[in-house]
Every structure is written in C-alpha cells, then in structure tokens.
Ligand binder design. Structure first.
Ligand SMILES: Nc1nc2c(c(=O)[nH]1)N[C@H]1C(S)=C(S)[C@@H](COP(=O)(O)O)O[C@H]1N2
Ligand SMILES: [Mo]
Length: 283
C-alpha cells in the first residue's frame, strides 16, 4: 500500500487479551497522561488570569512575590513533568503477532542489502565543516542490543503488538557522537548537552521516503534502529537492513530501509506531513 486512508475506528489486533496487570498499566497510563494535560491547561489559565495581580505584589529577591512564587511553581512543574517521560506500554513477548507489510515508498528493487551502509551526517553549526560517517550493519549490531514488545499503530486504524530488536538511537549516538555541534557524546539523554541538534531526518537510500523527528523523540529510550522483528532478521518488506521504530508515534514515522540520518536545526521534510498529516504524528 502506498496510500493512507482516513482512520477507521481503532481496532486492536491483539488475539489474546493482555493479562490484568498489563491492561491495568495501559489504562493507568492513559489516565495519567490525560490528567497531566488538564493540569498544565489549568496552570496556563491561572497564569493568564493572575498575570496583572502578580506584577503588582511587593518584591522578594528583586521580583514581585507573586512572580517569584510562580517561577518556583513552574520549576517544580517542569521537573515533575520531565521526570515522567512518557513511555509506550510494553508487553510480554508472548503477545507479539505477525505484522503486515504496509507502505513501500522508497523500497524499490534497485537495492543490495549486502553492500548497504548507513550514512550519518553530523550536526554542524552554521559555517562549520560537515561531518559525515558511514556505518555498516555489523557496526550497528556491535552496539548494545535492546528488545521491546510494543503496540505498532498505523494511522489507518489498525494496530498490532510486535517485538522489535535493535539499538537505541541514544546508544548509537553515544558511540557515534554526531548529534551535537561540538561532537561530544550524549552520555545522559535526560540531561543532554546544550548543543544537541533540534531535529533528526531519516531518508531512504533512494530519497523517496523521508521522516523527521524532534529532539525529544531522538533522545527517547524507546526510539530504536531495528534489525529484527519478532525474533527474526528484519525482512526486506519491513525495512531491512535497518528501520526506525518509535512507538509513541504512528507507523508513518517508522521509516523502513534507512539510508541517511542527518542532524539539523531546521525541521526536516516529512513525506506524510507534506500530504496533510500532522508532522509529529504522535498518539
Ligand atoms: N520506506 C518506507 N517506510 C515506511 C513506509 C513507506 O511507505 N516507505 N510506510 C510507513 C507506514 S504508513 C507504516 S504503517 C509502516 C508499516 O510498517 P510495516 O510494513 O513493517 O508494517 O511503515 C512506515 N514506513
Ligand atoms: Mo501507516
């Protein structure tokens, strides 16, 4: 399929119901994220309504007391929020099911997986020389292996639980430090260096399919470069030798057959965003 049709009512393809604990975890996660959004929304409204009052209270630390309180509250809020980096629910491997192949833009036959290399274009500050590195599949497989069983959701309205294996993008960037302008590695993704590129772009070798990710997703622990699906080497139609997996986003972002990754400060072109879908494609 090369066409995305408007979403049908969500249908979850899990043949066996998730055990109580997993189902409960999923429900709790949904409630939690809803609550935090409501909380942030109310805080925003209160901020607007109280703005004039805050600026007319007596001073503390050279700042109106009201404003000082708000700054402290905001710092707490930011901390509380980023401490709970949202994770997609994970399942036990027994819940994994077959994944259909969907979307073949950029997967033409003029391609030899045996000679494939990943091209990585480092983030270069304006005026600085470009840094480009070529990485083989063996190089990628030599990095720490991460496995996860998550729900894959296509924007067309179907979803299926599958097991992925590959390398975390952050583990890749610890070894190939191309996301920072200075070339320093990202050792702690929760507190990245100040000069990390704001975006990464992923493009097929023939440049026909392309997606962009914002920094938060680049650094997310469940963003993987995958070479295995359901315990088998990744098949060509699913994006061999290497594909992107990011389970907080719809399938449109899971680019198959990565040719080039580039780090940039400008929002990269995105195949389906150009065709009317949301650029972030989160769910
Ligand atoms: N190169 C490439 N990657 C792609 C697509 C595509 O057309 N070309 N389609 C996307 C869409 S819309 C979906 S739903 C998933 C499907 O992945 P699968 O074929 O492994 O199920 O791949 C995504 N990645
Ligand atoms: Mo899709």
């Amino acid at each position: 399929m090369t066409n995305e049709t408007p979403p049908a009512p969500p249908a979850v393809n899990v043949a066996v119901p998730a055990p109580a604990s997993e189902a409960a975890a999923l429900q709790a996660a949904t409630k939690r994220s809803r609550r935090s959004f409501i909380g942030l929304g109310l805080a925003g409204l209160a901020g607007l309504a109280g703005w004039r009052y805050l600026l007319h209270t007596p001073e503390a630390d050279g700042l109106p007391v009201g404003l000082r309180n708000v700054l402290d509250f905001n710092a707490q809020l930011t901390q509380a929020y980023s401490k709970h980096t949202r994770l997609a629910p994970e399942f036990t491997k027994g819940h994994a099911r077959r994944l259909r192949a969907n979307g073949d833009v950029g997967l033409g036959n003029e391609f030899d997986p045996a000679t494939w290399q990943l091209t990585v274009q480092g983030y270069a500050a304006p005026g600085a020389p470009a840094r480009t590195q070529h990485v083989t599949l063996a190089d990628v497989k030599a990095l720490p292996r991460t496995e996860m069983t998550t729900e894959f959701k296509c924007i067309e309205g179907w979803s299926v639980v599958v097991t992925w294996a590959g390398v975390r993008l952050t583990d890749f960037l610890a070894r190939y430090p191309l996301a920072t302008a200075s070339g320093q590695p990202i050792l702690n993704p929760a507190a990245p260096p100040a000069d990390v590129a704001r975006y990464a772009s992923f493009v097929t070798p023939d440049e026909a399919y392309y997606v962009g990710l914002e920094q938060e997703t680049v650094l997310h622990p469940q963003t993987l470069l995958c070479y295995e699906l359901n315990g088998q080497p990744l098949p060509l139609e699913h994006g061999a030798p290497l594909r992107l997996v990011t389970p907080l986003k719809y399938g449109i972002k899971h680019l198959k057959r990565i040719g080039t990754i580039a780090f940039t400060d400008t929002r990269p072109a995105d195949y389906w965003a150009e065709r009317g879908y949301d650029w972030y494609a989160g769910h």
